[in-house]
Unconditional design. Structure first.
Ligand code: ZN
Length: 250
């Protein structure tokens, strides 16, 4: 087996999708080829990293069965594509992980008959990660609060309080419309050095709670003001997020 063939098969090797013969051939090549082995190790790290970030929900048995059946139906058609050579793409894997997360989210929500605080926090964290991985961080790009605030007019059933905190070291970058926990929300984006803060805003509902909250290296801080919920999500320290909150509430 040559390098080109091996590269096309290493992601399937990682996913344990190869039959025994191909598995032995690819492993044999990796044993002899340092460059391909390094490519394999990089891919392994990236997959582990994505798995580490993504929240996991167990899919109901019926969903698992229907996906399995659909995959089997597709398998014949896919063989031609595989022969032509499929290349692993970070974006495709990230998108499929996010799809799995949002499917899991929807099913978890359906099964419980509503959302609870844990799910809300997972949803906030997932939206934050999705904005960092994907291309949809900003719908309106502006450091001017007088441009960003009116941009939301007519797009939401409430009006978020938009502030530029550049004087305090949290410059406004812009905003976007996001969808989480079953409703449309405003996401305001701020910078803190090279870090991103997503500030999610929507009207106060029953899901308010104590803050702060941390998971997987990300921190969430929550407050309420003027009938609106504010959730700030970032990888900066909790103390800095609280400083951000204090400036925002001034
Ligand atoms: Zn090679």
């Amino acid at each position: 087996m040559n390098c080109e063939s091996a590269r096309q098969l290493i992601d399937q090797l990682l996913d344990e999708e190869l039959d025994a013969g191909l598995r032995i051939e690819v492993r044999g090549h990796l044993a002899d080829c340092r460059a391909c082995l390094e490519a394999y190790a990089r891919l392994q790290d990236q997959k582990a990293e994505i798995q580490g970030y993504a929240p996991h929900y167990e899919a109901p048995a019926a969903l698992v069965a229907s996906i399995r059946a659909a995959v089997e139906r597709e398998a014949a058609g896919e063989k031609a594509a595989l022969a032509a050579g499929t290349k692993w793409r970070w974006a495709a894997v990230a998108a499929s992980v996010l799809l799995a997360v949002s499917l899991g989210w929807n099913f978890a929500t359906l099964r419980s008959g509503g959302i609870n605080r844990d799910m809300l926090e997972e949803s906030l964290l997932t939206s934050h990660l999705r904005s960092l991985i994907g291309t949809h961080l900003l719908d309106v790009v502006s450091t001017d609060q007088h441009t960003v605030k009116p941009w939301f007019n007519g797009k939401l059933d409430f009006s978020p309080d938009v502030r530029d905190l550049s004087g305090g070291g949290f410059p406004l970058a812009g905003g976007r419309i996001d969808y989480l926990a079953g409703r449309t929300v405003a996401a305001l984006v701020f910078h803190r050095r090279q870090h991103v803060i997503n500030l999610f805003v929507w009207p106060v509902d029953a899901l308010a709670g104590a803050s702060p909250w941390s998971r997987q290296g990300f921190n969430l801080v929550h407050w309420e003001s003027g009938g609106l919920n504010y959730w700030a999500v970032s990888d900066i320290p909790v103390s800095e997020l609280q400083q951000f909150q204090a400036l925002y509430e001034k």
